[in-house]
Design a protein around this ligand. Structure first.
Ligand code: 26V
Length: 786
């Protein structure tokens, strides 16, 4: 029997690794051995896929972040071991979920961009597409978050402290990366990306920096202990830590080194494999037939000069020959329109990282300008488009100039890029621009994390084909008026809420009621995402309940989760504010009967897996035009939550697919905001509107306490009396009443539980578009040609 074979194999690994029998070892050891068993099981299929892909055109996803989440449960599911898994765990004397909880959740990404990369890798493997991931193996993932008196605190994330059973160190394929002031080793670690039930296994290769001659014995023998370690430390520093996506990020030299490090190693790797495979093609004539590199934002853009450098200096191609190839093999994705996130590096930093690449960038710029001048471009336009200007290198410009295609990540976002942010570029290269609306993998975000709903869908549709073709969910619409089905939808949601409530009780120490509406906002903290609007609405409700304790409202639990970048003061203030509101609300004997507030600590992929299935309401309330796409919105929708959202990013496409009447749309549109932008006066709004005034004034009251940090006054000033920047730049007060109304509608509609379930089912049935299988096939067909 398959189960017995697996159990025996795991026991064997335990014995080999620990010298003990299964009943003597820790849960951690059982988890590790089970993971090794899976790695052993898949090895032939992995090798086969690698071999098959050698002869084909491949796409390479270059990304500084791959937020892959836990591997154990997902690999069991995708490799088809899930029917045995419970039984195997039982034989090992542990539950499957306890085994799963042993795994560290690697946080090798900040948020949306990194998680998207992980969903793409999974979908490509599932769709049999040859897509390889290349990135950085950070020793420290994104910081772990906890709260002390409601303030965010950070601690390191040493995610490999107990080992990393999911990667193989490929020492023999080590590369050397040259910086102006140091040379380091790049050691690759390969992680399998297992397609869903198709035995196709692609590779995610992450590079780790190490010293070439790590340890100086002569210094050590001379008692210069610290000195003897310094080369080693300086090398390892390069991949030590994932940078938090900071709004006021400085142009940190180590960050550019990190970027150059991984793209240099990756390009070297790919070029050297090409030369092995086609030793006769010394002019690289066929290189562009076999390779296409997708640049995930500007972070990997140094790959462009690096490829040029390798072709010119190490393979002796002429500039024209090298450029012709380089111009064919890159494509670029933009993920944000926020100006501060567009990477610009000062010339001296680029020069210190790698002087030769800097020289190449300047030459690319020089030739580009000459071309523009020839086409009679005005100096003003040329200035906009230049790659090197005013002492800085603009990475987006370098990427767009070189790439075959440039894409945004949702329809609205791409339109804004074309009409506004990248207007001049769109004029110059209209055919380069296209949209690729983001997606999420249904395996992790439904089949794995919401088993009950997933099984029910299979039961209703009579087959599990929908897992590989999410558009099939549309067939669920035939049950929209079936009371038995609607009741079962509600029952499943309730069960998921019970599970989450239990988890929150254990982890946050707060009691929440599964019969209340679970109204959830989980995402990175940022002003444009407007967690502050959500918080102010809770204050408004608090005031209302205080003045009328008998008020008839459906009990609501507001759940928040998300990290603020450690240097983003205002985002941290908002966390403190929400935690203080939670304390106020939850400790009030009357108010807490109607509403509760919880900010969960350390929101991450594995927390998301428990949260999305339990949501009734999905808060997607960014200022219109600011959220490029969002992907959390899709996870909620697929799990049957109704979206409370603005016309922003992919929300618009969600409303279009599922219907506005199955969701709650509010707030000003991009066009409306543009119209009022120059005359918007939040202070007048505040002075003339009693409700807004009373709500916002809590920030200056002693009802809540910021422990002398002045954080709440700072938030107040940011809305009303900002001296240095525009007050209320994200239109929180402007959208306040519209948001309150939408919440009132939720309160009203939730009372009709069948009608609510119908809307929930409508969302599930129309979530097909948001499968990353759809997205990745569009990339494959319209950009990569694989
Ligand atoms: C910027 C920086 C700047 C400096 C240091 C590190 C760092 C890391 C990441 C970033 C940019 C983050 C951009 C991002 O995550 N954008 C999100 O991408 C999602 C996937 O396309 C999209 O759904 C979200 O709307 C968008 O905010």
């Amino acid at each position: 029997m398959e189960k017995d074979r697996i159990v025996e194999q795991i026991k064997d690994i335990v014995l080999y690794k620990t010298g003990k029998t299964i009943d003597e070892v820790s849960p951690q050891a059982k988890y590790e051995a089970s993971s090794i068993m899976i790695m052993d099981d898949i090895k032939e299929d992995w090798a086969k896929t690698t071999k098959k892909n050698k002869d084909r055109r491949n796409a390479y996803y270059f990304s500084a972040e791959f937020l892959i989440g836990r591997s154990f449960g997902n690999n069991i599911l995708n490799y088809g071991l899930n029917h045995e898994a419970e039984g195997v765990a039982e034989e090992l004397g542990i539950s499957l979920s306890a085994l799963e909880e042993m795994e560290e959740d690697p946080a090798l990404g900040n948020g949306g961009l990194g998680r998207l990369a992980a969903c793409f890798m999974e979908s490509a493997a599932t769709e049999n597409l040859p897509l390889q991931g290349y990135g950085v193996r950070y020793s420290q993932g994104l910081f772990k978050q906890y709260f002390n008196q409601g303030f965010q605190m950070e601690e390191g994330d040493d995610w490999t402290a107990l080992g990393d059973p999911w990667s193989l160190r490929k020492q023999a394929e080590t590369k050397i990366v040259n910086f102006k002031d140091q040379k380091v080793l790049a050691v690759p670690y390969d992680t399998p990306v297992i397609g869903y039930r198709n035995k196709n296994i692609n590779t995610l290769r992450l590079w780790q920096a190490e010293a070439i001659n790590g340890f100086d014995f002569s210094k050590f023998n001379n008692s210069l202990y610290d000195d003897s370690m310094s080369t080693k430390n300086r090398a390892e520093d390069i991949t030590r830590v994932l940078y938090p996506n900071d709004s006021q990020k400085a142009g940190k030299i180590l960050r550019l080194k990190q970027q150059y490090f991984f793209v240099s190693a990756s390009i070297q790797d790919i070029v050297s494999k090409y030369k092995q495979h086609f030793p006769l093609d010394i002019k690289f004539k066929d290189f562009s037939k076999y390779h296409i590199f997708q640049l995930n934002d500007t972070h990997p853009v140094m790959a462009i000069p690096e490829l040029m450098r390798l072709l010119l200096d190490e393979n002796f191609l002429s500039w024209e020959e090298a450029w012709k190839i380089t111009k064919k093999v890159f494509a670029f994705t933009n993920h944000t329109i926020l100006q501060e996130a567009m990477e610009k590096w000062s010339e001296d930093i680029v020069e210190t990282v790698n002087p030769r690449c800097f020289e190449i960038i300047k030459e690319i710029d020089r030739r580009f300008i000459a071309e523009l001048k020839e086409s009679k471009y005005t100096n003003e336009k040329i200035e906009e488009l230049r790659i090197v200007s005013k002492g800085t290198v603009r990475m987006a410009n370098l990427a767009i100039r070189t790439s075959i295609k440039v894409n945004g990540v949702a329809e609205l976002h791409t339109e804004i890029l074309k009409k506004d942010t990248l207007k001049d570029w769109y004029e110059l290269y209209p055919s380069k621009f296209l949209n690729k609306t983001n997606g999420i993998t249904p395996r992790r975000w439904l089949v794995y994390s919401n088993k009950e709903l997933s099984n029910y869908i299979t039961e209703l549709l009579g087959s599990d084909d929908w897992i590989l073709d999410l558009s099939k969910l549309k067939e669920l619409e035939k049950y929209l008026d079936d009371e038995t089905v609607l009741k079962r939808i509600n029952e499943i949601k309730y069960n998921n809420k019970v599970r989450l409530a239990k988890y929150i009780k254990e982890n946050e120490g707060v009691d929440i009621d599964p019969n209340s509406i679970f109204d959830i906002q989980v995402k990175r903290l940022h002003e444009y995402k407007r967690q502050l609007l959500n918080a102010l609405h809770i204050v408004y409700l608090y005031n209302k309940i205080k003045s009328n304790p008998e008020i008839d409202i459906v009990p609501r639990t507001f759940i928040f989760g998300g990290k603020a970048a450690p240097g983003y003061f205002r985002a941290k203030s908002i966390i403190k504010f929400i935690n203080e509101i939670a304390k106020l609300v939850n400790n009030d004997p009357i108010v807490s009967k109607k509403i509760k507030v919880v900010f969960v600590e350390n929101f991450r992929v594995s927390y998301g897996e428990k949260i999305y299935p339990a949501a009734d309401v999905s808060e997607q309330i960014s200022t219109a035009g600011k959220e490029a796409s969002g992907t959390g919105n899709m996870k909620f929708m697929l799990n049957g939550a109704l979206t409370l959202g603005t016309y922003d990013g992919a929300n618009i496409e969600i409303f279009k697919e599922a219907g506005e009447d199955s969701n709650f749309v509010f707030g000003a549109t991009v066009e409306e905001l543009k119209e009022i932008e120059s005359t918007y006066d939040p202070e007048q709004l505040y002075l003339n509107d009693e409700v807004i005034k009373e709500t916002v004034d809590i920030l200056k009251s002693d009802i809540i306490n910021d422990n002398g940090s002045y954080m709440f006054l700072e938030i107040y000033n940011s809305l009303i009396a900002n001296k240095n920047e525009k007050p209320d730049a994200y239109f929180v007060l402007k959208d306040f009443h519209s948001y309150v109304k939408a919440h009132e509608k939720i309160d009203k509609e939730y009372r009709d539980s069948l009608s609510w379930a119908r809307k929930s089912l409508k969302n599930i049935a129309n979530a097909g578009k948001f499968s990353s299988d759809r997205t990745i096939k569009e990339y494959a067909n319209e950009i990569w040609d694989i």
